[in-house]
Write a protein that binds this ligand. Structure first.
Ligand code: AMO
Length: 436
């Protein structure tokens, strides 16, 4: 082994791998000081690692005086490694305490931290975001992001089981896909370019060879509004499938939501201190037609007209809760790639998945005829020539296809009962925030 500053010390157990039955065994744990309380001859401390907490008890006679004094002088957030003996204890969380035998302080904190690592809530979100790496060490945050990881794993497992091919599409692009306003411009060598608002056209093209494709990647939206549900950079779970229509995609979304809720429920079972309000998923997520909801809104006194967007304030008026779909939206406001309904050209084969008044996903059957697509671009005031690379490809046997994009952060808000999208994003980007 090459000599390093860390030397030979290595963790033998995470906090959740130590059990009462290991009474008397020696372990090496690593993590961060959460709390320290000294009472003369006895010092209690807790340390946290990525999976939970460990209680330390250093008593006079039970461990060297020097070690006890050093532990009692440590400030919260310091990073440490501890060799100790497991002592079963009914009172301690997890049913054991650790009696320290050796301490390594890797990084000692001298300053007063912006908040304690044990703080359950910190009022000012900007204070937290400015110290994001240490904010994420707090248990409520750790639970959210550990659960996020489990949700992603469940979604990827679903895609693998269903034989989807995971794709990666360019994020630096030449043309807008979701409408022109919310684009970030960049310099691409000597040309102007944009950050991708979605993988839309690429994922559609890839159904021409791989049939079932998925991508989990950033999307970029220059959203000027300051809300609790919009980010400038979000993660989208995109899927696109050949030889199906929007009905099949809604079925898939139902399966993905069930798998995601299952992952969060399993996490909460293992970590009962994760205070998530995990929602129920009905066996069949209800599907409401846009026009029926407009009629219900009007009845409830909202000023909504056919053709309007359905705003949270009007949705609240009809009191829909939990997961549900709004289907068959008017065609006019939809992007050019959304297919019109066979029964009524004013309506589209489209849907939004909602959770209460929060939009989680939108999807549709797509226009697959090159000529029709060209017409739709022109109708929207977009230049078909700029989409030549796409229209040209669609002249060679494009299959009927449909798909959707699910906002990962919005999904996590629903799964954990989180109100601010920034709380489910590692390093949120919004109108006011580009660092850290
Ligand atoms: P849409 O624009 O509706 O559809 O986006 C799909 C989903 O992505 C999430 N989302 C956002 N989340 C946080 N902040 C944002 N600024 C933001 N913008 C979008 C939402 C939304 O439902 N190409 C289509 C999808 C498709 O038809 O396949 C699209 O991008 O959860």
């Amino acid at each position: 082994m090459i000599g390093t500053e860390l030397g030979q010390m290595r963790r033998t157990h995470y906090s959740d791998q130590i059990t009462q039955s290991m009474d008397g065994s020696q372990v090496t744990v690593m993590g961060w000081i959460l709390t320290v309380r000294g009472h003369g001859n006895i010092c209690f401390a807790t340390i946290s690692d990525k999976n939970g907490e460990i209680s330390l008890v250093a008593k006079k006679g039970g461990c060297p005086d020097e070690l006890r004094e050093k532990i009692s002088s440590l400030k919260p957030h310091s990073s440490v490694g501890i060799v100790g003996m497991v002592k079963s204890s009914e009172k301690a969380p997890g049913g054991y305490e650790l009696v320290p035998q050796e301490l390594r302080v890797f990084s000692e904190v001298q300053k007063t931290p912006p908040f304690e690592p044990t703080a359950k809530t910190v009022k000012n979100i900007d204070t937290r975001l400015e110290s994001r790496p240490i904010d994420l060490r707090r248990a409520p945050m750790r639970h959210i992001f550990n659960a996020r990881s489990q949700v992603l794993q469940a979604v990827r497992n679903y895609f693998a089981r269903e034989q989807f091919v995971e794709i990666n599409t360019p994020k630096m692009i030449a043309t807008a896909t979701e409408g022109g306003a919310a684009l970030f411009s960049i310099f691409y060598y000597n040309k102007g370019a944009f950050l991708a608002q979605s993988p839309q056209l690429y994922k559609e093209q890839l159904t021409m060879s791989f049939e079932k494709v998925c991508e989990i990647a950033p999307i970029f939206r220059a959203e000027a509004s300051r809300t609790n549900r919009h980010l400038s950079e979000a993660i989208s779970i995109d899927l696109e499938e050949a030889f199906v229509d929007y009905n099949d995609i809604m079925d898939r979304i139902g399966q993905i939501i069930t798998a995601s809720v299952g992952a969060v429920s399993a996490y909460v079972k293992k970590h009962p201190d994760a205070e998530f309000a995990v929602p129920d998923v009905p066996e069949e997520i209800p599907r409401y037609k846009y026009e029926d909801l407009v009629a219900r809104m009007q009845k409830a006194g909202a000023k909504t007209e056919w053709g309007d967007d359905l705003y949270p304030s009007s949705l609240k008026k009809i009191g829909l809760e939990g997961f549900y779909f709004i289907t068959d939206w008017p065609l006019a406001p939809k992007p050019f790639y959304v297919k019109e309904s066979a029964s009524d050209p004013k309506i589209s084969e489209s849907f939004d998945l909602m959770f209460g008044d929060l939009e989680i996903s939108s999807g549709s059957t797509r226009v697959e005829k090159s000529q029709k697509l060209s017409q739709r671009l022109a109708d929207k005031g977009l230049d078909p020539d700029k989409f030549g690379y796409h229209l040209g490809a669609f002249e060679y046997g494009v299959p009927p296809h449909a798909g959707c994009g699910i906002g990962l952060e919005r999904l996590l808000m629903a799964l954990t009962g989180t109100e601010n999208i920034r709380d489910v994003t590692f390093y949120p980007r919004d109108v006011d925030r580009l660092a850290p």
